[in-house]
Ligand binder design. Structure first.
Ligand SMILES: [Zn+2]
Length: 188
């Protein structure tokens, strides 16, 4: 599946932000999101910025943690079939982040559409981009491809990019855990 390459990349970032920055369970264990400098480092890693890492401050990492919580609501709502709540949450987030389209050209690429947010900060731009990327998904035919892991003791989220839309787990680790559990359950 390919919404378009930019949307795919932004949706992947949204998934990583939710999984890195929201409280819950991950692959069989309780998960507590990092704080302080570790939080900043986690955000830098998700955004894959390398040498631009110094441009994410602690306040921006905190801002994105708040955004990750709002994005989680979207995945959870779609997962339980409540698309109305997902859409309302996204509309609120689009308004809050002041998402606006902006054509950009850099690094030898052709003109392509980015989304900028309020304040001109990196965090603001990413918040606006993630909200827009998920809005594109939710407004399309493949709107139900957002999901929450179905393995026990895991609530990490995913976007199902498989051809037939049969993904149920956040990771290979959880897929294997579920297989092992099912195998044990079948034993006499
Ligand atoms: Zn999982």
């Amino acid at each position: 599946m390919n919404f378009n390459s930019h949307t795919d990349a932004v949706v992947a970032v949204a998934v990583c932000l939710v999984n890195a920055l929201t409280l819950g369970e991950a692959r069989g264990r309780p998960y507590t999101p990092p704080e302080g400098e570790e939080r900043r480092a986690a955000v830098v890693e998700v955004l894959g910025m390398g040498r631009r890492a110094e441009s994410v401050g602690p306040a921006e990492a905190d801002e994105l943690t708040g955004v990750a919580g709002a994005l989680r609501v979207v995945f959870e709502s779609v997962d339980r079939g409540d698309v109305d709540t997902a859409a309302e949450s996204l509309n609120r987030l689009l308004a809050e982040t002041d998402a606006r389209p902006h054509l950009d050209r850099h690094d030898g690429e052709p003109w392509h559409l980015h989304f900028h947010g309020a304040g001109g900060t990196l965090a603001g731009d990413w918040a606006a981009s993630c909200a827009t990327g998920l809005a594109v998904v939710l407004g399309g035919e493949l709107y139900d491809r957002l999901g929450v892991c179905t393995a026990t003791h895991c609530d990490r989220v995913y976007v199902d990019t498989s051809r037939n839309g049969t993904r149920r787990f956040c990771s290979t680790a959880c897929q294997n855990r579920a297989k092992t559990a099912a195998f044990r359950a079948r034993k006499p």
